[in-house]
Design a protein around this ligand. Structure first.
Ligand code: ADP
Ligand code: VHF
Length: 376
């Protein structure tokens, strides 16, 4: 399916608005711009398009209300700014959406909410219910409680995971550049805009750099990765300049704005999407070349015999990474044994293990249903 066709058919959109765009140079919210995007979203809703909004801007809005000129350094100050600013943010959205007769609902997530399978299913259920009720969920990271270990860090990653969660057709990332360029346009005036690329193409990461402003987090690299993640559940992504007049409606009309990331990656089953969305691992299993090959090429389960080294103190059911002899990540999966048991089993044949532990013992360290290949 090409871009035009996909856009015509896209019924469920996730729209992400970045910090760089939402704030007047990091100083408070650009309310006029927000009003303009919301009016466009109201028009999209009237066409029957379901919307989920992922909005940054809490820290910047909080700084403004607290009278701070610089982004604070300490975690608690950042969290305080986010707490004050999040209230301001939802207030502005709610006010503008109300004018169009649409309710909003606030959803604040941490990575922990999506790591735990039952919390993940719960978040998914709530988001889907809100969408079915015609409410526009306004999602942000729960910055007031998120510590380094449990945070997404940037909202591009969060928007991609939300796209997986609601099985969106399209992820639109509004930012302060017209799209993805072949080099950072702030540093290279000659950089050219790429109108269409393949989501997950490793060459894109080399072109994309970090954040452009002091207040934003991810930069273009996290957008490129977000497009690859979103493609795992079949969503196309468009990264586009949010200041282009009527940008959302122009996209809907099929105007060729921004960079279109076509989702050419194989679509994963819902459970594997959840696995692929895990941002952190609890341990690493180092594989020999043969095991790395059968995982990559034959989609087999991981048997203890192919494991040369066990790293980390994980428990049964934790997510661990499988690493090839060159140190590259092959796959991630839910491990059947804790680290001590895995240690005891590594390098041994299934026959040998059955003789020692009995035939009721699970022969795989990771079953193929619980294993997802990493993007390399
Ligand atoms: N190849 C690239 N193409 C476009 N922008 C890039 C590229 N590499 C780095 N950037 C930078 O990424 C910035 C956008 O990301 P970011 O500042 O995180 O915005 P947001 O808050 O919208 O997520 C741009 O301002 C730009 O300076
Ligand atoms: N959650 C933070 C935003 C994080 C952030 O700035 O992300 P991004 O918009 O991707 O650069 C906030 O609301 O301030």
């Amino acid at each position: 399916m090409n871009r035009d066709e996909r856009l015509k058919r896209a019924r469920r959109w996730v729209i992400k608005i970045g910090s760089a765009l939402l704030t007047n140079d990091g100083q408070g919210l650009d309310e006029a711009a927000i009003g303009d995007w919301v009016a466009q979203m109201v028009a999209l809703r009237a066409e029957g398009i379901e919307l989920i909004l992922v909005s940054s801007g809490a820290v910047a809005a909080g700084m403004r209300r607290l009278g701070w000129r610089q982004r604070p350094e300490t975690v608690n100050e950042l969290q305080a700014a986010a707490s004050v600013g999040q209230a301001a943010l939802v207030q502005v959205y709610e006010e503008h959406f109300q004018r169009g007769g649409i309710h909003t609902g606030q959803i604040l997530l941490t990575h922990e909410d999506l790591r735990d399978r039952s919390r993940y299913l719960n978040a998914r259920g709530t988001l889907r219910t809100l969408v079915e009720l015609g409410v526009v969920p306004v999602v942000n990271e729960n910055d007031t409680v998120a510590t380094e270990e449990i945070r997404f860090g940037d909202n591009d990653t969060l928007a991609a995971l939300v796209s997986n969660l609601v099985e969106a057709d399209l992820l639109v990332i509004l930012t302060d550049q017209a799209g993805l360029y072949d080099a950072d346009p702030r540093a290279n005036p000659e950089a050219r805009l790429l109108p269409e690329v393949a989501a997950g193409d490793p060459a894109l990461e080399a072109m994309a750099g970090g954040a452009g402003t002091g207040i934003s987090r991810g930069g273009m690299i996290t957008k490129v990765r977000a497009a690859a993640r979103a493609a795992r559940s079949g969503a196309a992504t468009i990264v586009v300049g949010g200041r282009a007049p009527g940008v959302l409606l122009a996209l809907r009309r099929g105007e060729p704005l921004g960079t279109y990331f076509s989702p050419r990656l194989a679509r994963l089953a819902a459970r594997k999407q959840w696995l692929a969305g895990q941002l952190q691992v609890r341990g690493r299993l180092h594989l020999d070349a043969g095991a790395a090959r059968v995982l990559r090429e034959a989609g087999r389960s991981l048997l203890p015999v192919g494991v040369t080294r066990v790293e980390g103190m994980f428990q049964r059911g934790d997510v661990v990474a499988c690493i090839d002899p060159e140190g590259r990540e092959v796959a991630r999966g839910l491990v059947n044994y804790n680290w001590e048991e895995a240690q005891r089993r590594r390098g041994r044949s299934s026959k040998d293990l059955a003789a020692e532990f009995g035939s009721l013992d699970e022969p795989e360290l990771i079953h193929r249903d619980n294993l997802v290949l990493s993007e390399t």
